[in-house]
Design a protein around this ligand. Structure first.
Ligand code: AMP
Ligand code: MG
Length: 279
């Protein structure tokens, strides 16, 4: 199945999350059944990321958004597992510090954008400035309203300098979120993950839904599309994310750079003599 085609938010289209099934799981019935495909996809990603790292002509930025417990951390784990750590970075965006608040909202973001040869993952992102900020009135409407356009311009500029942008919205149902919170409660090893705000934010589910829909509608562009990943099934979420990443890497037509030395000369100079000496 072409997950890109199926899950992309077509630029300019109207988005109603209620029409999307967060429990969608494609052709496989279970994690076990999907495993061979998952492993094969990750293996291909590994080879292509190595080329991206070597070639240094492209960068890949993966933006993750989603409500608490949607699986942003899980996707980071999953994707990074396939990659050479030297070529990757993960940046989590929390409440802005006083210094960050004293700058424009993109200031803290721009410096974490991956450079050529690198893959960067944003666990939350500049989109918080049209999500939590909008839902909690942390800035007046006329301020956050302008940000959709500012974000589109910013992302366009990044793509023009070699950064390919993939944006994944991890979509779970309200019931699934509660189940996940409950599992955290039942597992002492994960108690540290629980915060009061998880529950208070949950009360604002409908406001968040509206803010997500606006983000998806207004900021899914040709140069930086949004994908809605049905995420009730963690394995499907991971499979869909890796498929889209793999297809995107394939489209870059990555090639190992040519050697910087004369290979024959090197072989002649250092290996021939050595092999004659029996080394
Ligand atoms: P977590 O990702 O669970 O560690 O939580 C990070 C928290 O920081 C979330 O509640 C976000 O909504 C919040 N956050 C991230 N970016 C911003 C922002 N620009 N303004 C206000 N809150 C933010
Ligand atoms: Mg949290």
């Amino acid at each position: 199945m072409d997950y890109r085609e199926r899950l992309i938010v077509k630029p300019g289209s109207h988005v109603k999350l209620a029409d999307i099934d967060p429990g969608f799981h494609g052709v496989h019935e279970s994690h076990e059944k999907a495993l061979p495909e998952l492993d094969a996809t990750l293996a291909e990603i590994t080879s292509l990321q190595e080329l991206l790292y070597a070639e240094k002509k492209h960068a890949l930025l993966i933006v993750l958004q989603g409500i608490d417990a949607a699986g942003k951390d899980g996707v980071c784990w999953h994707v990074i597992r396939a990659m050479n750590p030297q070529g990757t970075s993960v940046t989590g965006f929390k409440q802005p510090t006083a210094q960050e608040r004293a700058h424009d909202f993109l200031w803290r973001v721009h410096k974490h954008v991956p450079g050529l040869g690198q893959v960067g993952i944003f666990n939350r992102s500049h989109y918080e400035d049209v999500l939590v900020v909008r839902v909690h009135d942390l800035a007046p409407r006329h301020v956050w309203e302008k940000r959709y356009e500012t974000i589109n311009d910013f992302e366009k500029q990044l793509t023009e300098s070699g950064v390919t942008i993939l944006k994944f919205f991890l979509y779970i149902s309200k019931e699934e979120q509660l189940k996940r919170f409950k599992r955290r409660l039942d597992d002492p090893a994960r108690h540290w993950k629980i915060s009061e705000s998880d529950y208070s934010e949950r009360e604002l589910w409908n406001d968040y839904t509206k803010a997500y829909e606006a983000m998806l509608e207004r900021c899914s562009t040709k140069h930086a599309p949004w994908y809605v990943l049905p995420s009730n099934h963690k394995w499907f979420r991971n499979l869909a994310a890796s498929h889209i990443i793999l297809e995107t890497l394939k489209k870059m037509n990555l090639k190992a750079p040519p050697p910087t030395v004369n290979i024959d000369e090197i072989r002649e100079k250092y290996h021939k003599a050595a092999s004659e000496k029996g080394a």
